[in-house]
Design a protein around this ligand. Sequence first.
Ligand code: ZN
Length: 297
Amino acid sequence: MPADTTTLAIELFVGLVAAAGLVGWLIHRLSLPIPYTVALVVLGVVAGVVLPIDIEVSPEIVLLVLLPGLVFEAALRIDIDDFRRTFGGDPVINANHSMNTENIYWGRDRLDGSVLRWLYGRMTPWERFRGHEEGSEWFWGDVCRQRTRYVRNFTFDGIDTLKINPAMPYHDPRRPYVNLWFSSADGSDGRRFTELIREENVARLERENGCCIVYTHFAKGFLQDGRPDPVWESRMRALAKRPGWFVPASQVLDHLRERPGGGGGGAIRWSERMSLSMRWALERLRDRRRAQNGKRS
Ligand SMILES: [Zn+2]
């Protein structure tokens, strides 16, 4: 696309987004009995006739510009009943994500003890999570208790999650809207994941009959020049050759809950909960310090 066409495309895009916003505002303001989406279609048809649009919409533009917004919007609005209709059952696991306000018992509310909570609150004053707060517009604790079995809480550096948190999956009486909690290994991006599944870590896990549940974001740092990172790929291939039990986390957790001698999903002892939260807080502090040192150097 030549430069002037690109400028025109950007101007049109900004103009259309502004017009869409204006239409939404008008419908709301005048309480018009037209669905917003229908009004947008009409706007699009009118714009197509009136505007001097001669732009080729390539598949790349649809994929890179339009699709992410649509998928994100759809994900934000997904109804838990739609989930059941589509997948044939309720989600077994919920994992709170980053800064979502509807996160349940998140941020400082992950911690026990007023000192730890106060310290965490001082470090992250902007964070407030309200999924468990009755009366808040973000409250969904009742749905969480009725319809999901497990929620992930603390994440750790070590590969043997069960060794760090032997009581999992556990109930936490101070956080009654969650049936059962579990921990996971921190493989949050490509670098951490690749580091976690180093040969010696995996060998030790196997030797000690350990159990690892790992969480990640596959959109973060797994690609190199459009291909899977080669180190990650070779470590994953080596891992897959081992005689492990590779199943989704919900299956591992069901097994841990039902196995003889396991906790059976009972209440966690206060001391284990406290040691988990202290270890987690210390690891976060260390990460923060590393990030700050990294910025200075
Ligand atoms: Zn996330």
